[in-house]
Design a protein around this ligand. Structure first.
Ligand SMILES: N[C@@H](CCC(=O)NCCCC(=O)O)C(=O)O
Length: 254
C-alpha cells in the first residue's frame, strides 16, 4: 500500500438515517471499501461540516471528494421545482452542494455516484426528472427491491460512451458496456459546465464530467459495488485515486 503519508485522503459524504429511534449519519461499507481498495484513505464527512468555518478548515485536508448514492432524493426547490420531497435529506444536500462548489473552485478531484451525480447536475444549474419511471420514453432504471441485493446490483442495461471524454480515456477501447441501475430520478437538463460522457440506449444521461476541471466525473450507476471484481469499475476508481494523488502532490509544491 506504500507510505501512509502518500495515501490520498478522500472525503466521503454521509447520509442521514434513523436507527432504533436515533438520528444517525451513515456510510455504506461498499463505498468505503471501494476507496480503500483503490488506494485512498476514506474519511466520513458529517453534515455539520457544511458550516462555512468548518468547511474552510476541512478542505485543505482533502485530496478528493466522493459523493455516494442514497435512497434519498435531492430537494426539488434546489433545481427550481415546487412541491414536497418525502425522501429528502436536506443536510446531505447542503454539504454536497458546498463540497461540489469547493471541488470546482479548488480543482479537487470529484467522483459522484448515482445521487452524487444528480447533485453534480443540480449544483451546476441542471434539473432532474423527479419520476423517471413515469416517463414513457425511458427504460425501467430502478432496482427490484424484492430481489436479493446481489441481483439488484447485477448489470441491467448498456451505456454508450461518448468518444474523446474523460470516461473514454479511463477505459480505452471500451465504447459500450453494461451497468447496474438503481435510481428513480435522472438528469433532465445540464448546465453549461457539464459534458455528457455516456448515455443509456433510451437516451438518458448516464455519466457527466466538468469542463475545465482535471477530474470531476459523475456516473448514474454503481462502480463501487464489488469494485474489485469488475475491471471497468477498478479502472474508474484507480483513475480517481490517481487524480487525487496528483492533486496531493501539487498541493505540496505550492
Ligand atoms: N434517490 C435517487 C438516487 C438513487 C441512488 O443513489 N441509489 C442508490 C441507493 C443505494 C446505494 O447507495 O447503493 C434516485 O432514486 O434517483
Amino acid at each position: 500500500m506504500g507510505n501512509i503519508f502518500d495515501i490520498p485522503t478522500i472525503g466521503v459524504v454521509m447520509c442521514r438515517n434513523r436507527i432504533k429511534g436515533h438520528e444517525s449519519q451513515t456510510l455504506q461499507e461498499k463505498y468505503l471499501d471501494a476507496v480503500l481498495f483503490a488506494g485512498g484513505l476514506p474519511i466520513a464527512l458529517p453534515h455539520a461540516l457544511a458550516e462555512p468555518q468548518l468547511l474552510v478548515a476541512l478542505l485543505p485536508k482533502l485530496d478528493g471528494i466522493f459523493l455516494t448514492g442514497s435512497p434519498s432524493n435531492v430537494q426539488p426547490h434546489l433545481y427550481g421545482e415546487n412541491g414536497d420531497e418525502p425522501d429528502a435529506d436536506p443536510g446531505r444536500d447542503l454539504l454536497s452542494m458546498a463540497l461540489i462548489d469547493a471541488a470546482l473552485e479548488r480543482r479537487i478531484p470529484l467522483f459522484a455516484i448515482c445521487r452524487g451525480m444528480q447533485e453534480l447536475v443540480v449544483a451546476t444549474g441542471g434539473t432532474l426528472y423527479r419520476r423517471l419511471f413515469d416517463e414513457p420514453a425511458f427504460l425501467e432504471h430502478r432496482e427490484d427491491p424484492e430481489l436479493p441485493v446481489e441481483q439488484q446490483y447485477a448489470p441491467s442495461h448498456e451505456v454508450q460512451v461518448q468518444s474523446g471524454g474523460l470516461l473514454s480515456r479511463l477505459i480505452p477501447g471500451c465504447s459500450t458496456f453494461w451497468v447496474n441501475s438503481l435510481h428513480g430520478q435522472g438528469a433532465k437538463t445540464l448546465g453549461p459546465r457539464l459534458c455528457i460522457e455516456a448515455r443509456a440506449q433510451d437516451g438518458l444521461v448516464e455519466a457527466v464530467s466538468v469542463h475545465d476541471h482535471p477530474w470531476a466525473l459523475g456516473v448514474q450507476w454503481h462502480p463501487e459495488w464489488n469494485s474489485r471484481e469488475y475491471e471497468l469499475s477498478r479502472l474508474l476508481l484507480a483513475g480517481f485515486i490517481s487524480a487525487c494523488q496528483n492533486y496531493h502532490a501539487e498541493k505540496q509544491q505550492v
